[in-house]
Write a protein that binds this ligand. Sequence first.
Ligand code: FPP
Length: 246
Amino acid sequence: MEKDIFKEEDLKGLKIPEHVAVIMDGNGRWAEAKGEPRTYGHTVGSEVVEHMVEVASDLGIKYFTVYAFSTENWKRSEGEVSVLFSLFSVYLKKLIEKGRKNNVRCKIIGDKTALDDELNKVIDELEESTKDNTGLTFIIAINYGGRDEITRALRTIAGEVAKGNTDLSDITEDLVSEHLDTGGIPDPDLLIRTGGEQRISNFLLWQCAYSEFYYCDTCWPDFDRNELIKAVVKYNKRDRRFGGVK
Ligand code: FPP
């Protein structure tokens, strides 16, 4: 278990972002640096996800989103993809019970049509059984791409226009937001990317319009409570103007 650098008193007065989203990068490199296969990094990474959901909840974060598999990740080797999906299956099944116990509401975003029936069944059960929980909302992006999400939303809206149910003048930013997978969820306040790279990689493109970005060199399997608090401390130093002037 990590050594706490931050004490309770350090957290006093700290503004906790309502929604934190994470690009969990560096699993493969972390494992390779230890002479292990890349998939070992994903296995340890999934344990870190489990721990960080509890940490996020303890800190008072209301929405915690993780990027688990992108629409582009299918380009990886069959072996790596297969290990990742086994981890999702095991983890999501476990979350059904854990979500209930810890009052966590779970939601999966992304194009679920490409996922197999068994995983879809687990997802339905997880979302249904946790939907009335009032604590942290934990969002997992699987087969998710920001461009794909916007394209799917446009298709739905265009279909409604074609049927005469929606007028062109009804298409507002709010209407587009409602049609995204994240409809009803506030935009991320803080986007964290681990693993040293500084790019958005097709994650929450619409939703991150005014998010604060935080990058760290720590690879996801080494990410912990201290790292999250470091990001929140940095977030507290940012001056969010949303395009205005203060
Ligand atoms: C990016 O690191 C990480 C992924 C593509 C997978 C993320 C998955 C997990 C953390 C584990 C499972 C998640 C859940 C929700 C159970 P990378 O492998 O691309 O890192 P690299 O840049 O070092 O190659």
